[in-house]
Design a binder for this molecule. Sequence first.
Ligand SMILES: NC(=O)c1ccc[n+]([C@@H]2O[C@H](COP(=O)([O-])OP(=O)(O)OC[C@H]3O[C@@H](n4cnc5c(N)ncnc54)[C@H](O)[C@@H]3O)[C@@H](O)[C@H]2O)c1
Length: 261
Amino acid sequence: MAFTLESFSLAGKVAVVTGAGARGASIGRAYALGLAGVGAAVVVGDINGDGAKGVAAEVVAAGGRAIGVQVDITDEASVAAMAQAAREAFGGVDILVNNAALMVELKRSLILDVEIDDWNRLFAVNLTGALICCKAFAPMMRERGGGRIVNQVSAGAYPPLRPYGITKLALVGLTTSLARELGKDNINVNAIAPGATQSEAGQALSQPGSPFSNMIEATAAIRPKGQPEDLVGALLLLCSPAGSWMTGQVIHVDGGWIIKV
Ligand SMILES: NC(=O)c1ccc[n+]([C@@H]2O[C@H](COP(=O)([O-])OP(=O)(O)OC[C@H]3O[C@@H](n4cnc5c(N)ncnc54)[C@H](O)[C@@H]3O)[C@@H](O)[C@H]2O)c1
């Protein structure tokens, strides 16, 4: 079949984006607007329900279809309720973007100083929450003959030097494991590893002149800091027919920070 730009269309598809609602110019918001822009109906999920509804309203104002849902991805009943809301609004789900995570909220501590309650909460959101969403939505994708799962990992997992990076490298493991397990169901599972992205949370973590900011400026091959919109092209590739032969992969969108020396 000849390649055309139609291969990036998601017309008639339904996407769930978690973590898309709390802070203004978040990555999840850019993902929701990007998916809607190529035709997908979007379920915007966040623990901040008002924020999720606000992003859904932005999608609708831009001419798309969306609903906002309050969800705690660590709670199976809450995720099941989001799945039910998706079914009622749009009839099913084809795409899951596991974007919700704890990041800016984290206390920065050495590994051996981390409070075990904090460690457990971090894994519950960043890893188990993604698994709970996969368990809820993969069966709905099977019903529709296949689907796409995209897990949001991080350049901070290469190598992981803090608990956050450890959760994200574990999420890479969930990605490759599920890619193998769900391939027979025509469900592709991939990951995006962003670099320092200037969402509100990302800006707080990479203040100009901070040691982290100086480090990425010294090591990235091109523009060290990106905008949430810089990640959308990779997402659309992984969610659309254009990316149908890709599974189990991590796409690094980070200005070449990953090839640091
Ligand atoms: N900004 C960066 O530089 C950067 C870099 C690499 C990876 N990432 C990843 O990108 C994603 C989005 O980051 P962002 O910069 O937009 O940050 P963000 O803090 O704005 O987004 C995270 C979202 O997850 C939501 N969330 C937290 N716990 C939840 C729960 N239990 N249930 C449902 N939602 C919950 C938060 O409310 C928030 O809206 C995260 O996975 C983050 O780890 C960000």
